[in-house]
Design a binder for this molecule. Structure first.
Ligand code: MOS
Length: 743
């Protein structure tokens, strides 16, 4: 048994916090190799068409300009699609920047100006003239949905909609209570604080040191090696810090391609940073239309669920999300039919955005459940309890753990649900209408494959390293806590190094999988080191352990001590020195529990409660209070875990009330491509957020850990929309719930 001053669960401050607040933590665009050049991207204002030609004379002769790259003079790159596929690429043909004359979407990069300063590159970029012949484009999902198709194959790890069970149509037709409604969620663009950026350091031996805005350095490394035909040992990607990503950094983006291309061609170091408005040329949540039908008995128990979704994708990739599957696993129901289709649009491929699919589908399902509660005159919590499911009926497998009942109870108590008026428009607070709503949240609790190395030195200090990222979630800190608990070391004696492709392999930090995956690898490595340490300790001549087995000792305070005689023991440093070692190393890989997965499915669950005020004269909604009670296995760090849920709740407020990318379909372009016209929540928009955790043991995770990066946004939109209905009697099914929809 090990003990440490900062054990698991404690609200340990981020160990990388001081680096971040002092500016020591460097991000992709903050590395400055010698003789750095700067690339500025020129994009297409046409949504579909063909480049006839360029006039580059003015740009090329601009002082400081080194080269202007277009498809006409770019260096050769790989031919096979496979070489452009990254770790999370959907099926289809990955976009190839500057590939040929074809324009596939508005905002497509068509040229890169490289100059000796950012300002020169930017000024010269404004002088690039492209002659583009437009052809017809389609960017409106409402028109394209007639041609929507079922994606041929799911993305790796993303199953398509499950097969139907029972007969949903028949059961719906026979149901005494029927709810049928259409929902839509607008396009949302990713806007983390750190924009997409890449700095490539070109080395004389032909190798590259790359700093890229990415959620996994191994993804960028593999992409660059594949596309440019380089061996991986010539491509090092180091991204120790990520300024927020939320899915925007899962896939390598075009600035990486452009920076590497220019660097190889010019044999110079190159940095390419996207401007804030260029953030609207990629990474966004797809426009999604949904229909939900719920059939129920008089008491609200479900007899039929039909959930159909159509989402936008590009013309070249099938970006499929898990939108409808939740409707087949969240509640018990014998007749279920689910479908998910894609509509091809002349846009860039959508991307994952915090709880991709879940944030959309559960909004619709949980809004419909509220409509059902109202129609059946059953309390919304009671309705969910009456339909509670003990297994995932899509897969006929038990949940590895599901303390959702306790979440409903704890959340309801925290917000004092008994204050809620069951009928809408019955509650006022001064001149505002008051309302309360709730919903269920859910997200996958999965794990992946990752390797961790730990090294102990003679000072008793431990170094943990893996290529995995910390995208702001607190990975540095929880890994130190897990290593500390396993080996009985204080967090202060542990250094964690992340985000470097030279470190042991880890995939992208995504899907809320990192804590369960990398955390388990740290634990395994720690246990291996315990064994090793004890073997060495037992061999020390005349030492305290010669006649003992590992069960007779404890690993605590950086020492091995005799259990029966605490105080008798040796420090790790003493053990290493006595054995003539200058370090001890352990390297372990965590893999998903394949056998257990035959029996169990893993999900994180939550109950979300929202309290709103609505000013009917102004149409303004204020979310004054959110309570999110989450059953997320064992909480590794009370502080960083709470921050994950809070951050996701803030994103949910944005998605539900503010964020909306508007398209001018006549020209096929996103119009509000700046943070003045695209609204994200500010502090004044956020009321009180309370986060509660119901701890669980889990049958799938060896360390009882379930991811919490995404669950906080799932269902939260529905809880807010349901509260708005409770306040106003108006059911808004199109997100965001902007003022115009309430007036
Ligand atoms: Mo998350 S959308 O898997 O970064």
């Amino acid at each position: 048994m090990a003990t440490a001053p900062n054990p698991i669960g404690e609200p340990v401050n981020r160990i990388d916090g001081p680096l971040k607040v002092t500016g020591e933590a460097r991000y992709a665009a903050e590395f400055t190799p010698p003789n750095l050049t700067h690339g500025y991207v020129v994009t297409s204002a046409v949504a579909r068409g063909r480049i006839i030609g360029f006039d580059l004379a003015a740009a090329r002769s601009f002082p400081g300009v080194i080269e202007v790259f277009t498809h006409e003079n770019r260096p050769n790159t790989a031919w096979l699609d496979l070489k452009y596929k990254d770790q999370t690429a959907p099926p289809g043909h990955p976009f190839r920047p500057l590939h040929d004359e074809h324009i596939l979407y508005s905002g497509q990069p068509i040229a890169l100006v490289v100059a000796d300063s950012f300002e020169a590159a930017r000024d010269a970029a404004a002088l690039v003239r492209a002659q583009i012949e437009p052809s017809g484009h389609a960017t409106d999902i409402h028109h394209a949905k007639e041609r929507a198709y079922k994606p041929p194959v799911g993305r790796a790890g993303f199953a398509g909609a499950p097969s139907p069970r029972g007969n949903a149509d028949k059961a719906f037709a026979a149901a005494p209570i029927q709810v049928e409604a259409e929902y839509s969620v607008a396009i949302e663009h990713h806007n983390p604080m750190e924009p997409h950026a890449t700095t490539v350091q070109w080395n004389a031996d032909g190798s590259l040191d790359i700093h890229d805005k990415i959620q996994g350095v191994t993804n960028s490394q593999g992409y660059v090696a594949g596309v440019f035909g380089l061996s991986k040992d010539k491509v090092r990607v180091a991204t120790p810090f990520v300024g927020g990503a939320f899915g925007s950094g899962l896939r390598p983006q075009y600035q990486l391609f452009l920076a590497v291309m220019a660097s190889l061609a010019l044999e110079r170091s190159v940095r390419v940073v996207l401007t804030r408005d260029q953030m609207w040329t990629h990474v966004y949540r797809p426009h999604t239309l949904q229909t939900v039908k719920l059939g129920a008995r008089e008491d609200g128990t479900l007899t039929a669920i039909k959930h159909d979704a159509i989402a936008g994708t590009s013309t070249f990739e099938d970006h499929q999300e898990v939108v409808v599957n939740w409707s087949g696993m969240l509640y018990h129901c014998d007749n279920v039919s689910l479908s998910h289709k894609l509509a091809r649009l002349d846009t860039y491929t959508p991307s994952d955005m915090r709880a991709p699919g879940g944030a959309l589908g559960v909004f619709a399902l949980e809004s419909a459940m509220d409509e059902l509660a109202h129609a059946a005159n059953v309390d919304p919590i009671e309705l969910r309890l009456r339909n509670y499911s003990l297994e995932d009926e899509n897969e006929n497998k038990r949940f590895s753990s599901k303390a959702l009942r306790a979440c409903y109870e704890r959340g309801a108590a925290a917000i004092d649900w008994s204050r809620r008026e069951p009928q809408p428009r019955r509650s006022r607070d001064g001149r505002e209408l008051a309302g309360m709503g709730m919903a269920t949240g859910v997200w996958e609790a999965r794990s992946n494959v990752a390797t961790v190395r730990i090294v102990l030195d003679t000072d008793g200090k431990l170094k943990v390293s893996t290529a995995s990222a910390d995208i702001g979630t607190g990975t540095y800190t929880i890994l130190a806590q897990i290593a500390g608990e396993t080996l009985g070391l204080p967090v202060d004696d542990i250094t964690v190094k992340l985000g470097d492709s030279d470190f042991p392999f880890a995939p992208i930090e995504g899907g809320s999988m990192t804590a369960a995956t990398v955390g388990n690898a740290v634990r395994l490595a720690g246990e291996a080191m315990q064994d090793d340490l004890f073997k060495h300790a037992a061999k020390i001549k005349d030492g305290p352990f010669t006649k003992l087995s590992k069960d007779d000792v404890v690993f605590a305070d950086g020492r091995i001590e005799v259990k029966a005689d605490r105080g008798t023991g040796l420090s790790y440093g003493e053990i290493l020195k006595a054995r003539g070692l200058d370090r001890l190393e352990a390297k372990k890989t965590s893999t998903p529990p394949m056998l257990k997965k035959l029996k169990y499915v893993g999900y994180t669950h939550s109950a979300i409660f929202a309290e709103v005020r609505v000013d009917e004269e102004l149409g303004q909604v204020r979310v004054i209070r959110l309570v999110i009670a989450a059953a997320a296995g064992r909480i590794l760090n009370a502080q960083t875990a709470r921050s994950q849920i809070m951050g996701a709740a803030v994103m949910a407020v944005g998605k539900t009330l503010e964020e909306e990318t508007m398209t001018d379909n006549r020209i096929g372009r996103f119009m509000n491509h700046n943070l003045a016209e695209y609204h994200v929540p500010v502090n004044a928009d956020i009321g009180d957020i309370e986060v509660l955790f119901v701890e669980e043991d889990d049958a799938l995770s060896p360390i009882d850990v379930k991811g919490i990066g995404e669950v906080g946004i799932v269902g939260t939109g529905a809880a807010i929309a349901n509260a708005v209905f409770n306040a106003t009697g108006k059911r808004v099914r199109d997100l965001p719930i902007t003022i115009d929809k309430l007036l």
